[in-house]
Write a protein that binds this ligand. Structure first.
Ligand SMILES: Cc1cc2nc3c(=O)[nH]c(=O)nc-3n(C[C@H](O)[C@H](O)[C@H](O)COP(=O)(O)OP(=O)(O)OC[C@H]3O[C@@H](n4cnc5c(N)ncnc54)[C@H](O)[C@@H]3O)c2cc1C
Length: 434
């Protein structure tokens, strides 16, 4: 493939290997893609031209927005939307360019006293996080990111720019709220923003010896908490002298300092509390930096959205966190507004879930397959069988993962939409609908 193989109107933003523009567009979190060509359009019309040119040239298309969730694209074309990052606010209605980062969104909305619930990391892109669901800091208060989406501007495989919503192609609108990047190139999302909350944030750190009691106390606090409370609990292996092993609770309350202290009482009373900080913060303050992506390890990760954390499940999680294989455990509380959206309203169907459990084992870079398989078996023994997988957090791909991401009826409906809008399978998503 060379730039001259593509039509003249596309070549100004088409880049081939060996150029800085190609390298910039192909850069992904913990990977670099090696497509034949990287297209970096700036408008929906340029995206439509790019799609048309790729289809005519017989190139399969992968899309990159923030680059934090794509598998390394080995060939075909990669359309990089990093330059399409406008955030336009009109009242409480916000049009988000798919290439915007969530930290940009939070910054742009702050002067208007508005927020959109997103993930926990500022540099993650709007496109990938939203299409997969979006489990963020206000998930119990406002639901998933997709729950606030009102319209989607998308270029489909026929090269047409469409606006879909509950009124315009409701099936495609449904599919793109949880079904990932299988249906076209999303250029913009229209989202209903919420009033900015008055946040109190508690960050509590614990000794490793507190792990089992901490898991139980956190789960009890979150099981009864009102929708205005959101929280994650991480149990980390020792990473460096600054980051020793132990538990970390991050709990955010839309309310007063007094309400926060009342909620936190059982957690503050636990033995092994190493440090605490409880303070007011803004939504933008919650969006953390991207972790380093050059740590020389093999991550073996698994996750489930679970309906309960029984004492036996908490025993298993604690044993993994304290086991021989260094493992990062993260629990995120769900429920609240997330659970009040019907399972059939969006393609994210697991609305009965009360928590997301993420296990991330750190193996040596050249870990043998047997060691990886052994960790997967340990994870499977702990993760609730039959519970759903959150695709945005799944580094594993394949039909077994897709089958766990979607209940059978949801998957069937997604496949029907895919067959209608992309019958030739032009778009290669992070999770194909096998
Ligand atoms: C450090 C880190 C923190 C994270 N934290 C959270 C979190 O708190 N909550 C959460 O829910 N998730 C979180 N995630 C997961 C994240 O939601 C996914 O990795 C998501 O895919 C990233 O979006 P992106 O646009 O940056 O990725 P990209 O790599 O650009 O996109 C990922 C995939 O999404 C599809 N896609 C992206 N943009 C488009 C588009 N415009 N049109 C069509 N298809 C598109 C493509 O299939 C693409 O392969 C985190 C990931 C990382 C690495």
């Amino acid at each position: 493939m060379s730039r001259t193989d593509l039509p003249a109107h596309v070549s100004p933003f088409a880049h081939t290997p060996g150029t800085p523009e190609y390298d910039g567009g192909a850069r992904l979190f913990r990977a670099a893609a090696t497509p034949e060509v990287v297209l970096r359009p700036r408008t929906a019309e340029e995206v439509a031209s790019a799609v048309g040119a790729c289809v005519a040239a017989g190139l399969r298309i992968q899309v990159r927005s923030g680059g934090h969730g794509s598998p390394p694209c080995p060939d075909g074309a990669l359309i990089d939307l990093g330059g399409m990052d406008d955030v336009d606010v009109s009242g409480t209605v916000v049009w988000l360019g798919a290439g915007a980062r969530w930290e940009q969104v939070a910054e742009a909305l702050a002067p208007h006293g508005l927020v959109i619930t997103s993930g926990d990391t500022g540099a993650v892109g709007v496109g990938g996080l939203t299409l997969g669901g979006g489990i963020g800091w206000l998930v119990r208060t406002h639901g998933l990111t997709v729950d606030a989406v009102r319209q989607i501007e998308v270029v489909t495989a026929d090269g047409v720019v469409r606006r879909v919503s509950a009124d315009e192609d409701p099936d495609l609108f449904w599919a793109m709220r949880g079904g990932g990047g299988n249906f076209g190139v999303v250029t913009r999302f229209c989202v209903e923003a919420a009033p900015a909350p008055t946040l109190v944030r508690a960050e509590l750190a614990y000794e490793p010896s507190a792990t089992r009691a901490l898991l139980a106390a956190w789960w009890e606090v979150m099981a009864d908490a009102p929708d205005t409370v959101n929280s994650t609990l991480a149990v980390m292996p020792a990473i460096s002298p600054q980051f020793p092993a132990g538990g970390l609770v991050d709990l955010v309350v839309d309310g007063t300092m007094e309400q926060a202290h009342d909620l936190l009482a059982p957690l503050l009373a636990l033995d092994g509390l190493r440090s605490q900080s409880i303070d007011g913060c803004t939504y933008a303050d919650l969006l953390g930096p991207t972790p380093p992506d050059d740590i020389p390890v093999t991550f073996v990760s698994g996750n489930r959205v679970v309906t309960d954390l029984t004492p036996a499940a908490l025993d298993g999680i604690a044993a993994l966190a304290m086991g021989e294989v260094p493992t990062m455990v993260m629990l995120r509380a769900l429920g609240g507004a997330f659970g009040r959206v019907g399972a059939e309203e969006t393609a994210f169907a697991h609305r009965g879930a009360r928590a997301l459990v993420v296990l991330n084992a750190l193996l040596p870079e050249e870990a043998p397959t047997e060691a990886i398989d052994a960790v997967r078996a340990d994870h499977a023994a702990v993760l609730e069988p039959g519970a759903g997988v959150y695709g945005n957090f799944s580094l594993e791909r394949g039909s077994h993962v897709t089958a766990a991401m979607y209940p059978p009826a949801t998957l069937e409906r997604l496949r029907a939409v895919k067959a209608r809008v992309d019958p030739a399978g032009v778009f290669t998503a992070a999770h194909a609908l096998h």
